[in-house]
Design a protein around this ligand. Structure first.
Ligand code: PMT
Length: 396
């Protein structure tokens, strides 16, 4: 299933900041995700980056003038405004934000913005003092009150040499916010989905832990796709090296016991719980309070069972588990459906090439509580997430 950006008509407004070069990367990522990107550049933006650069990336004409006699569109700003699924201004300068707040229409981008009914996102980029200025803050508040999503700016080193608030946020954060905004009326709108991810870490002493090979990719993919389909998403995650997904409530935990508490708190009032986390089955019974010295040749660690979070979680929500198996996939998965009273289990063949821990793809079989089996081919973890959420949607 294609992602939320696929086939979407995105108007990308680019205004005159040194951060214009980052908008090229944004345009590229949107095009790679299957979006149709129409770029409108302010005069200032064309001084930093050429329209040809955007044209080469988007394979679309770039608008720089309100009345272009060579344009293929009769009245360009109206045509783009009407066809847009979303209007994104990145980077947005203090000057452009002021024009937008004042409702001016003196260039192709401001006219498009006034003429569109599409949702709008603005990503400011400017000097820290300009951002702090009450005039800019007031203008941004006006835009927020009108329903414009303001993303950033981020804190960091600015072109002026100053360190402060004013950097354009990075491309993944822009793409995440665009996806979330486009998906807000998706088929999971109005539902809350709790997702767990990553491998828990059980302390042995203050420096050592017992953990597993989970990277968190599968759980994060479920969280992102649920968000892109309109759900409110709570992601309970054990430590991973992945960036927090945007527009998702992220709860960070370490141990199985912490994950149990966080899931228990989050699932109250939720519509679905999807446990993709690899939760430790055993934890050290008495972790040492000081670092254990390597004085002896062997070391035995007493382990006790962790609570089974899925089994313990009860309520009026859909329960989906994962089963990472290296043998007897279906038999083991069926046993877990019954034992943990699940609606669905995602049986994960971790012996298959490109499947399981750490990969970007996965090979799974969906097994439901009535014994129904859906054997899916190897696909990306985001596609697997879509297939799981299709089933959750049917069950809701
Ligand atoms: O994170 P990645 O690198 O992308 O890898 C993805 C994955 C392989 C971790 C994922 O696809 C997966 O299979 N997750 C479940 C792994 C697992 O722990 O399976 P299990 O068979 O041990 O547990 C069954 C289910 O019970 C799981 O949903 C698990 O979250 C849950 N469980 C397990 C133990 C426990 N104490 N409490 C639980 O709730």
């Amino acid at each position: 299933m294609p992602g939320v950006l696929h086939g979407k008509n995105i108007v990308l407004g680019v205004t005159g900041s040194i951060a214009c070069y980052k908008a090229l990367d944004l345009a590229s990522k949107l095009v790679q995700a299957g979006a149709l990107v129409n770029t409108i550049m302010s005069y200032g933006a064309t001084r930093f980056v050429t329209p040809l650069a955007f044209r080469s990336i988007t394979h679309r004409p770039v608008v720089t003038e309100t009345f272009d006699p060579d344009s293929e569109l009769s009245v360009e700003h109206v045509a783009l405004a009407e066809s847009a699924d979303i209007v994104v201004v990145a980077p947005a300068t203090a000057h452009f934000i002021a024009k937008m707040a004042a409702g001016l229409a003196d260039d192709p981008l401001t006219t498009t913005i006034l003429a569109t009914r599409a949702p709008m996102m603005v990503a400011p980029a400017m000097d820290a003092h300009m951002y702090d200025n009450p005039a800019t803050q007031e203008n941004l508040s006006k835009l927020k009150d009108r329903g414009v999503l303001i993303v950033g700016p981020a804190i960091g080193r600015l072109a002026s040499g100053l360190v402060g608030m004013g950097r354009l946020v990075e491309t993944p954060e822009l793409v995440g916010n665009i996806s979330a905004l486009l998906g807000r009326k998706g088929d999971l709108a109005g539902y809350t989905v709790v997702v767990s991810a990553g491998g828990t870490q059980e302390p042995v002493d203050p420096v050592r832990v017992i953990t597993n090979r989970s990277s968190g990719k599968m759980g994060y993919a479920v969280a992102e796709v649920a968000r892109d389909r309109g759900a409110r998403v709570v992601l309970v995650t054990a430590p991973t090296s992945l960036a927090d997904p945007v527009a998702v409530e992220v709860v960070k935990v370490g141990t199985a016991l912490e994950m149990r508490d966080a899931v228990k708190d989050s699932v109250a009032g939720a519509d679905a719980l999807i446990m993709a986390a690899a939760v430790a089955d055993y934890m050290p019974v008495s972790p040492a309070s000081q670092k254990v010295k390597k004085d002896s040749d062997t070391w035995s660690i007493g382990l006790g069972k962790t609570p089974d979070i899925l089994e313990e979680s009860r309520g009026r929500f859909i329960k989906v588990g994962f089963a990472a198996e290296s043998e007897d996939l279906l038999e083991n998965a069926r046993g877990k459906v019954l034992r943990k009273s699940l609606d669905l289990i995602v049986a994960n063949d971790i012996t298959a090439e490109g499947s399981g821990f750490g990969t970007d793809t996965n090979k799974v079989v969906l097994v439901d509580r009535d014994g129904g089996v859906e054997d899916l081919p190897l696909m990306s973890k985001h596609e697997v997430a879509h297939r799981i959420l299709d089933r959750v949607r049917q069950l809701l």
